[in-house]
Design a protein around this ligand. Sequence first.
Ligand code: PMV
Length: 320
Amino acid sequence: MRAAAIAQPNIALIKYWGKRDVVRNLPAVGSISITLRDLFTEMRVQLDGALTDDQLTVNGEPDTGLLPRLSVCLDRVLGQDRDPACIESHCNFPIAAGLASSASAFAALTIAAAAAADRSLETSELASLAGRASGSAARSLYGGFVELENRADDIAVRTLRAPAEWPLTVIIAITASEAKAVGSTEAMEMSRKTSPFYSSWIEQQPHDLATARDAIRQKDFAKLAAVSEHNCLKMHSIMWASRPPVVYWNSATMACLGTVRDLQAQGLGVFFTMDAGPQVKAVCLPDHAAQVSEALAGTVGVVDLMESGLGEAARRITTP
Ligand code: PMV
């Protein structure tokens, strides 16, 4: 009744923003992401009938903030008549700061919970279950370049390219490490209900998905860069035009975009993307990573840098 799993966060290049069904947490649009290699969440789940309630520690400290969402996820995987669980989470990057910590957390939890109860589920079922908890978590069940497509009343996720087929490097510029003020579900609903740009976002997404899919197939970095940056800026424009506006950026976010533009002008293979937080992710060709890293480290307001290659799917691990 004990099992562990590890999952890497993923960064969307063609973003998921908006839900077509809030209760079932189904995304309004498809998305394409890259799974990272060097950031991780490890989850250990022990089902224990002697406990009265679920318990959670995060990096060794008791934590109650995330527990209700983890409990609901366990109910979905195991049924509400399950035994209470003792959950230990270990994460090597800032939580809830726009670095997709919920993606890796729910992907790892779903696998660990099913394994602890000796349930053998297909990856597609695990992805659907993880996606019910956090839309982006479904993509962490797969490695490399990953596409999530909408199906009638579900999602379908697949790898478009394995990480070794087109190794890219991601440099993450941390511009603030506190948790974000507005969660993504609330912000998405605000966008859907109030942003004048929301409907054109939904209309244009199939075109952006097709362009990115082609770019990944052709390993065309310039094409992937152009569509990814545009898609990211469209997503943030929807938020800025919501009422009340949702602005995740800070002045260092803006300074990082300037740095990436300067590097592009020097001919380097790099582009930016940002999610529901102020951090800037610079996706680059591995040969250019050192220069990108140095330039971002020297950008005013950057407090830390993380670097990652592209990684594999979430998986069960054995623990001592
Ligand atoms: O999975 P959620 O509910 O945390 O939403 C993720 C939303 C973005 O990170 C902004 C975009 C994406 O596709 O990951």
